[in-house]
Design a protein around this ligand. Structure first.
Ligand code: SF4
Ligand code: SF4
Length: 115
């Protein structure tokens, strides 16, 4: 019978050894839904940027300019927090997109789903 490890021999789990290490993980790879923005509706209030838990809403010059799809995990909080009278973000199934390359372009431009 093999000897079981004692608690002092088991590696420590669930320890965050450095701040901000989430950036090193591509949480976008397990996304089911993708946020897509309609810039004709967006009023750049940045509510989505405030609430995004992954800092995946990209802002430049005080304006929403896109999503960091390597880190967006598709939780939909941005879409839920977009003001009810605006609703500029649509959560779209990943399967709607044929190619990953198209998405970055689409997410940063007017809302449209490829055929
Ligand atoms: S879906 Fe979630 S992770 Fe992605 S941009 Fe919106 S709030 Fe951030
Ligand atoms: S919350 Fe909606 S309106 Fe405000 S910046 Fe985000 S997408 Fe645009």
């Amino acid at each position: 019978m093999s000897k079981q490890k004692g608690w002092k021999e088991i590696p420590i789990g669930g320890v965050i050894v450095e701040a901000g290490n989430a950036e090193g993980y591509e949480t976008g790879s397990w996304r089911t839904y993708r946020p897509v923005i309609d810039y004709e509706k967006c009023i750049h209030c940045l509510q989505c940027w405030i609430y995004c838990p992954d800092s995946a809403v990209l802002v430049e010059g005080g304006k929403h300019v896109g999503f960091d799809l390597e880190h967006c995990k598709g939780c939909g909080i941005c879409a839920a927090e977009c003001p009810p009278k605006v609703r500029a973000i649509e959560m779209v199934l990943e399967s709607e997109f044929a190619q990953k390359e198209e998405v970055l372009e689409i997410s940063n431009s007017k809302f449209q789903i490829p055929n």
